[in-house]
Design a protein around this ligand. Structure first.
Ligand code: GLN
Length: 463
């Protein structure tokens, strides 16, 4: 997460920075399109990544290989050419596909299903995520924006390298957990499947590389925006096809079917939530860089440092929420999971509502106070704490056991769709009046939250 968020803090700023200052000189529409493509594919790839771990190599090795690919990707971005930039993004997408979902599965596998410490284990894990995410924009952001963009990318790779060393050195504490794939079929069948998967995977990787070479060399006249458009249709097709298949399959009991509908509703809500929340790295990053005063008590700081605030507030607020839920729970007044989703959506919408007045000032050329974005990140973190951990555990509880892994994949698919929209929205930064843009995002989040409140009783019945 140090590497992921450190690089992401720089990504859009680097793409939209003028060539004279070492950036790529893209406009917001093109930068936003690539940001959308990259971040959505990162999370989408957890679906094949989970499948590869389950079937062929086990989660432990998947995380190791994923980490190596990610580190290579960051180092590739440290080389200042356009080709190595795209190659780096591609490697990180594949690597994170192998790492991100599977590392959560390992955490889950450390506890038996009855173990009461399971949720606490996930909380510690989530705080670990945010420890990396807190420090990395400070380090990579400073190096990238103040010294050299590519040094920032290299620092992300160094972080990943430390993570890998730590993972290998500490692997004895994990015992045998997740070190073997789940056995499926006879050894012959498994070997055939492995061969087929290797062939298909190899062909796909070769095709993408070929496509990259052809477009970069100008032989194939395709723009990044067109590729991102295609990815959007692909995600839509994948989501509709997936839920269509899920709902139309026979063989579910009545109860399972109802729970699948509940999963569908939570998926939609989560997708909308992340589409607003994940604008941290896109729209809000641009707002910090272009329209916010980046100094505190007379001390200037790089605009990417705002990216650390979410994690900082997460560390501060996670214990408060743990206490709150326990307290409300003991009085039998803890909100249900769909109600918490609704609260999360309202908060993430409010985070944008608060930016409408400063956006009006920004339009008149004022550099606004950093306190505005800070308030946004407080509201967004509150929303995240209502939705993200709750969603993860709701998914694992609602999933019919035989598709538990797949349902974990659905959760990341929601993140993928959300990131896609978050990136594309930032593409309007230069072509849409900022107050109207923020107003639209606000209405989207809050309206979804109100719909979710209204739907809470029927979703609870389905669950
Ligand atoms: N910040 C969390 C993480 O990195 C959640 C991200 C997400 O699922 N959108 O794991």
């Amino acid at each position: 997460r140090f590497s992921y968020y450190g690089m992401r803090a720089l990504l859009l700023l680097f793409m939209t920075a003028p060539v004279a200052s070492g950036g790529l000189g893209f406009d917001a529409a093109q930068g936003g399109a690539i940001y959308a493509l990259y971040t959505s594919m990162v999370y989408m790839m957890t679906l094949p990544g989970g499948w590869i771990a389950d079937r062929f190599i086990g989660q432990r090795r998947a995380v190791l290989y994923g980490g190596i690919l990610i580190a290579s990707g960051h180092f590739s971005m440290a080389v200042p050419t356009l080709a190595t930039f795209y190659l780096g993004l591609f490697l990180i997408v594949i690597g994170t596909g192998l790492l991100k979902g599977n590392v959560s599965v390992i955490v889950g596998a450390l506890y038996s299903p009855e173990d009461k410490r399971r949720d606490a284990g996930f909380s510690i894990f989530y705080m670990g995520i945010n420890m990396g995410a807190f420090f990395s924009p400070l380090v990579c952001g400073y190096l990238g924006q103040r010294v050299n963009w590519h040094l920032g990318f290299a620092a992300a790779g160094v972080g990943m390298l430390f993570g890998l060393i730590q993972y290998v050195a500490g692997s004895r504490y994990l015992g045998e957990v997740c070190s073997k794939p789940a056995p499926a079929g006879s050894p012959e069948e498994a070997a055939t499947l492995r061969r087929r998967a290797l062939t298909i995977g190899g062909v796909l990787v070769a095709a993408v590389m070929l496509f990259g070479v052809a477009t970069l060399s100008g032989a194939l006249p395709v723009t990044a925006t067109q590729v991102a458009d295609a990815a959007g249709y692909f995600l839509l097709f994948l989501t509709v096809g997936f839920f269509g298949w899920l709902f139309s399959s026979s063989g579910w009991t009545r109860e399972e079917r109802h729970r699948l509908y509940a999963i569908g509703a939570l998926f939609l809500a989560a997708g909308i939530f992340w589409s607003v929340f994940e604008q941290a790295g896109s729209t809000l990053n641009l707002f910090a860089d272009r329209n916010t005063r980046t100094e505190l008590l007379g001390m200037p700081f790089p605009s990417s440092w705002f990216q650390s605030q979410n994690s900082l507030f997460l560390w501060m607020l996670a214990p408060v929420f743990a206490w709150l839920w326990i307290r409300l729970g003991s009085a039998n007044r803890e909100p249900s999971s769909p109600a918490k989703f609704a609260i999360g959506l309202v908060f993430v919408g409010l985070g944008f509502a608060i930016l409408i007045p400063p956006a009006q000032l920004a339009q008149q050329g004022v550099q606004v106070s950093p306190m505005w974005l800070t308030m946004t990140y407080v509201l967004h973190t509150v929303g995240e704490l209502c939705l993200s951990p709750v969603g993860l555990s709701a998914m694992t509880k609602l999933a019919p056991a035989r598709i538990a892994g797949l349902v974990m994949g659905i959760w990341f698919l929601a993140t993928s769709v959300g990131n896609y929209i978050a990136g594309r929205v930032s593409g309007f930064y230069e072509s849409f009046p900022l107050p109207s843009l923020f107003m639209a995002v606000t209405v989207f989040g809050i309206a979804a939250g109100l719909v979710m409140f209204a739907l809470t009783p029927p979703i609870k019945r389905l669950m």
